[in-house]
Design a protein around this ligand. Structure first.
Ligand code: NAI
Ligand code: MG
Length: 337
C-alpha cells in the first residue's frame, strides 16, 4: 500500500485536488491517502503556513499531490510560501514541466518539450533586505556548482529517456544570461556544459534567456529538454503553458532523490475560486506524473489517455472555451478511465 499525501491548499486547490483524488481512486491501485494542510488559510488560522504535522505527514508518505496556495504580494510577517519551503525541506531539486500540444483550440501543434527547472536556489533563496531607509532593496542570488550539476544531469538523463522512448530529435538547451551575470549564470552555464560532456549522445546548445523566450514562442516545436535556473524556468514554463492550451492543462513534478511532489503549474486562481469552474486537468495530469514517478506507468498512461480523450471530445471548462464545470469534466475523465 503506497501512501499519498494530498495538500489542497487555497482557492481552486480545494476544487482540483478532490477531482484528482477521484481519478486516483478510479485507477484501482492500492493507495492510501493522507490529507494535509498548508497555505494562506492555514496561516490565518494557525499562524503557520506549513504546520510541522504537515511536514511530518509528508515524510511518512511515498509521494504527494499539491494543489495551490495563495501568497500575498506584500510582505506578511511570519508568512512564507509553503511550496517554496517544501521544495527545500524535501530537497526536491528538480521541477519537471512537460509542455505538450493538446487537442484544444489555441494549442500550437508539434510541441513536445520538457522544462527542467532548478528548484532550490537562484533568487528563490529569498535573501532580501533593504538599505537606505527602505529606498534600496537588494536580493541575493545563489547559484552553486552542486545544484547546477545535478539539475543538468537530470536534464540529460531525461533527454536520454525521451530518446529511448522514440523521440526523433533530441536536444538539451541550457538557458542562462551569462553575458550579463558572468559569475552566477556563468557558473550555471559552465557546470551544465561540463555535465553535457558526459552525455555525448545528446546534442546540446545554449541560449540566453531573453532570446529563449522569443524563440520558444516563435518556434516551440524545435525544443526538447530545456534546463534553466529557478527564476528563468518558472517564467518560461508559464509562458510555455500559453502555447499548449493554458495553465489549466499543465502539470509539474518536483523531484528529489527519494520523493516526488506533483502539482499543477497554476496558482490558487482567486478570480475563479469557489465557483466550481476551475479546470481540473492540470492536477489530474499531475496525479498521472506522480504515478509515473512511483513506477505505476500503466495507470499513469491510462489517466493521460482519458485526459486526451476528454480534451478532444469535451466537455471543456471555460478556460478552453467550454461551459462545463470542474465536476462535469472530472466525471468524464473518470468515466473514460
Ligand atoms: P494563477 O495561476 O492562480 O492564475 C492565473 C490565471 O489563470 C487566472 O486568470 C486564473 O483564473 C487562470 N487559471 C489558473 N489555473 C486555472 C485553472 N485550473 N482553470 C482555469 N483557469 C485557471 O496565477 P496568479 O493569479 O498570478 O496567482 C494567484 C495566487 O496563486 C497568488 O497568490 C500566487 O502567489 C499563487 N500561486 C501559487 C502557486 C503554487 O501554489 N504553486 C503558483 C503560482 C501562483
Ligand atoms: Mg510559477
Amino acid at each position: 500500500m503506497r501512501r499519498i499525501a494530498l495538500i489542497p491548499g487555497d482557492g481552486i486547490g480545494k476544487e482540483v485536488i478532490p477531482a484528482a483524488w477521484r481519478v486516483l481512486e478510479e485507477t484501482g491501485l492500492p493507495l492510501h491517502f493522507v490529507e494535509l494542510e498548508a497555505g494562506w488559510e492555514t496561516f490565518q488560522r494557525t499562524g503557520n503556513a506549513l504546520p510541522p504535522e504537515t511536514v511530518a505527514g509528508l515524510k511518512s508518505c511515498h509521494g504527494a499531490l499539491f494543489g495551490a496556495v495563495r501568497s500575498p504580494s506584500h510582505r506578511v510577517h511570519g508568512y512564507s510560501s509553503p511550496i517554496v519551503a517544501l521544495r527545500k525541506i524535501l530537497d526536491l531539486y528538480a521541477n519537471l514541466r512537460p509542455l505538450v500540444s493538446a487537442p484544444v483550440p489555441g494549442s500550437r501543434p508539434g510541441v513536445d518539450m520538457l522544462i527542467v527547472r532548478e528548484n532550490t536556489e537562484c533568487l528563490y533563496v529569498k535573501r532580501e533586505r533593504t538599505e537606505d531607509n527602505g529606498d534600496t532593496a537588494i536580493a541575493e542570488r545563489v547559484i552553486t556548482r552542486r545544484a547546477s550539476e545535478r539539475i543538468a544531469r537530470m536534464a540529460f538523463v531525461q533527454a536520454e529517456r525521451r530518446q529511448k522512448g522514440g523521440r526523433q530529435t533530441s536536444l538539451v538547451t541550457i538557458v542562462h544570461k551569462a553575458n550579463v551575470l558572468a559569475l552566477t549564470d556563468g557558473l550555471f552555464r559552465e557546470a551544465a556544459l561540463a555535465v553535457a560532456a558526459a552525455f555525448p549522445g545528446v546534442p546540446v546548445e545554449e541560449q540566453l534567456v531573453d532570446s529563449m523566450a522569443y524563440r520558444m514562442i516563435l518556434q516551440p516545436e524545435r525544443y526538447d529538454v530545456v534546463v534553466a535556473p529557478n527564476l528563468y524556468g518558472d517564467i518560461l514554463s508559464d509562458a510555455g503553458a500559453a502555447l499548449v492550451g493554458g495553465l489549466g492543462l499543465i502539470p509539474s513534478a518536483n523531484v528529489g532523490e527519494s520523493f516526488v511532489l506533483a502539482e499543477p503549474v497554476h496558482g490558487s486562481a482567486p478570480d475563479i475560486a469557489g465557483q466550481g469552474i476551475a479546470n481540473p486537468i492540470a492536477t489530474i495530469r499531475a496525479a498521472s506524473l506522480l504515478l509515473a514517478y512511483l513506477g505505476e506507468v500503466a495507470a499513469a498512461q491510462a489517466i493521460e489517455q482519458a485526459v486526451q480523450s476528454v480534451l478532444s471530445n469535451g466537455p471543456r471548462t471555460a478556460d478552453l472555451g467550454g461551459k462545463a464545470g470542474t465536476e462535469e469534466v472530472t466525471d468524464e475523465v473518470v468515466r473514460r478511465l
